[in-house]
Ligand binder design. Structure first.
Ligand code: SF4
Ligand code: SF4
Ligand code: SF4
Length: 580
């Protein structure tokens, strides 16, 4: 693209035509504050509503200030970001936003993580001159995953862009006018009555506490305090490469051993690894794939370990419910095995046991409550904490996480392989399944374990893997909008795959809605992803079917993979749902 010459704060520079003033200023290290702005490069989506006006700058020759996030440069443009006029306008605009905001910072879920609060600090707001009418909306606590507090909404519309343009779910839009303007669901329907998938990506991008995850921490503290209860915990793969960020560690720091130590200090009776259940998932999912290929079953087979994706296809593709794998997710498989096999091993009835999950995900909270995933008399998973809630739990307990010594998960359901850990990133589930399917179909040892063609952060990827005589066609998508494109192509008969992996969140679970806030920084996702593959490389075993504790589970309890008992405990059904 043609370059243009511009001047920012007296500094001359050349940038491609079409660059925004905001991005041009970044090139020379000039910081302009933003609030509603959101650039999701990996999805080619920018929130350009320019509604907050805190990024305004002066442009020579114009009386009105320009929003730098939406204003593009032109030849000879002269910009000043640091004049008293621009600074005062930013402060005034922020004061207007604050004028009808409930001042609950000390007790707010987002205290010290709120972008509105941080901006008030950055712009040195010490008094609010405008007096706005306060909103008085009821909180939406209808779902198991997300709390919506419209009173804290500043109409930045990031959530709307995320839900509509990236996830293509279309649940959120602007409602009302003036001081009552908020983003919400049509007719103010409760979130639980809509097609919301609970992916939590709106929570991940909301700058305030207008959208947050449901806090399940008090339940977990109470369960740990009850002597009569045996409380076990499992930790998902993506948690270990992100939790450190809440304790000043670099993104991508690997904290597996510290997590196990922290959980024991917190008083959990069994400390298990969801990676073990991911290996178990592969035993079932690879068996199902091989079975479908060899017996003329329905293809492609879609992975089913992401609950937001499951809810998405139930609402959006109810005519295609025969193609997802029937496997439960690793979290639910772990709960199911904990309350049967483990309960028998330790001689504790399931009714005296609580299973807690620590997940990068807010959708897992709603998943745990799905009736079809529970045994008649009890839930398989009782409480789900996000990575963020777990970080707060560690802080509440006064544990110096960054300096904890390492320890191991308990062996019975804590042993895992590299295949289990790569579930934490996009492409990982299908790579893990391919490692096992390859050896089962060919009967040969897979020497080249890394399937590089399945990796990366591109939204939709297609790859072919040669397995003996079979050329396996694999599709991968992350983000529900990308998933929709793949599914629509399949429905129209324009695409043909054997297996497809879908994850709802950008980057897969490393970018989950319950992870420490990364504020759209793709470098953070890349570092977390690299750490996942580093863990995989460091493992002595990297194929799920080589996990000795998984073999023992089948020998002692389940029998054959994809057999009768496995079906009873590890497989599920789906429900067609309306699009609302
Ligand atoms: S959780 Fe996901 S689907 Fe639901 S409103 Fe938020 S972005 Fe949309
Ligand atoms: S709910 Fe949050 S992300 Fe959505 S418009 Fe309001 S403040 Fe912005
Ligand atoms: S991609 Fe992972 S974190 Fe995101 S909704 Fe799915 S399971 Fe949850």
């Amino acid at each position: 693209m043609k370059n243009v010459n511009i001047t920012i704060n007296g500094i001359e520079l050349q940038v491609p035509a079409g660059t925004t003033v905001l991005d041009a200023a970044k090139e020379i290290g000039v910081h302009i504050p933003t609030l509603c702005h959101m650039n999701l490069e990996e999805f080619g989506v920018v929130n350009k509503v320019a509604s907050c006006r805190v990024c305004v700058v002066e442009v020579q020759g114009r009386a009105a200030l320009a929003p730098s996030c939406a204003e593009t440069v032109y030849e000879g443009m002269v910009i000043r970001t640091d004049t008293i006029k621009a600074i005062n306008a930013r402060r005034n605009n922020l004061e207007l936003l604050l004028s009808n905001h409930p001042f609950e910072c000390l007790t707010c879920t987002k205290n010290l993580e709120c972008e509105l609060q941080a901006l008030a600090q950055e712009l040195n707001i010490r008094e609010i001159h405008a007096k706005g009418e306060k909103m008085n909306y009821e909180l939406d606590t209808s779902s198991k995953s997300i709390i919506k507090d419209p009173n804290k909404c500043i109409m930045c519309r990031r959530c709307e862009t995320m839900c509509n343009d990236v996830q293509t779910v279309g649940v959120l839009s602007g409602l009302n006018r003036g001081f009552d303007a908020v983003v919400g669901s049509a007719f103010h329907l409760d979130l639980a009555d809509t097609s919301c998938t609970y992916c939590g990506q709106c929570v991940a991008v909301c700058p305030t506490a207008a959208l947050t995850e449901k806090n399940d921490l008090p339940h977990v503290w109470r369960a740990l305090a009850r002597e009569s209860e045996h409380v076990v915990v499992q930790v998902a793969p993506a948690v270990r490469v992100a939790i450190g960020e809440m304790f000043g560690m670099e993104p991508g720091s690997i904290s597996t051993g510290k997590i196990a130590t922290a959980l024991r200090r917190l008083g959990f009776d069994g400390v298990f690894d969801t990676d073990f259940a991911a290996d178990l998932t592969i035993m079932e999912e690879a068996s199902e794939l091989v079975h479908r290929i060899q017996h003329g079953g329905t293809l492609p087979m879609l992975t089913s370990c992401c609950p937001a994706w499951v809810k998405f296809f139930e609402h959006q593709f109810p005519d295609m419910l025969d193609i997802p794998s029937t496997c439960k997710s690793p979290q639910v498989m772990m709960g199911s095995i904990a309350k049967t096999y483990y309960a028998e091993k330790v001689g504790i009835p399931a009714k005296h046991m609580k299973v807690v999950s620590i997940m990068p995900c807010v959708a897992k909270k709603a998943e745990a409550a799905r009736p079809e995933l529970s045994k008649e008399e009890h839930l398989n998973v009782d409480y789900v904490l996000s990575t963020r809630e777990f970080g707060h739990m560690i802080k509440e307990a006064g544990i110096d996480f960054a300096n904890l010594e390492d320890s191991e998960f308990d062996s019975l359901m804590g042993e895992s392989t590299g295949a289990g850990v790569i579930f934490g990133t996009t492409g990982g589930v299908i790579e893990a399944a391919t490692r096992t399917a390859y050896e089962w179909i060919t009967g040969e040892t897979l020497e080249k374990i890394d399937f590089e063609q399945l990796r990366g952060l591109e939204g939709i990827r297609e790859a072919k893997v040669q397995i003996g005589d079979l050329e396996l066609n694999i599709g991968i998508a992350h983000g529900l909008g990308n998933a929709r494109k793949l599914l629509e192509a399949i429905r129209a008969g324009e695409a043909s795959f054997h297996a497809i992996e879908i994850m709802a969140c950008p980057g897969g679970c490393i970018g989950g809605g319950g992870q420490p806030y990364h504020h759209g920084d793709q470098d953070v996702l890349l570092k977390r992803q690299k750490a996942i593959y580093d863990i995989d490389k460091s493992m002595p075993r990297r194929k799920s079917h080589e996990n000795p504790m998984i073999k023992k589970l089948y020998d002692d309890y389940l029998g054959e993979p994809y057999g009768k008992k496995a079906h009873e405990l590890l497989h599920t059904t789906y429900t067609p749902r309306e699009k609302i």
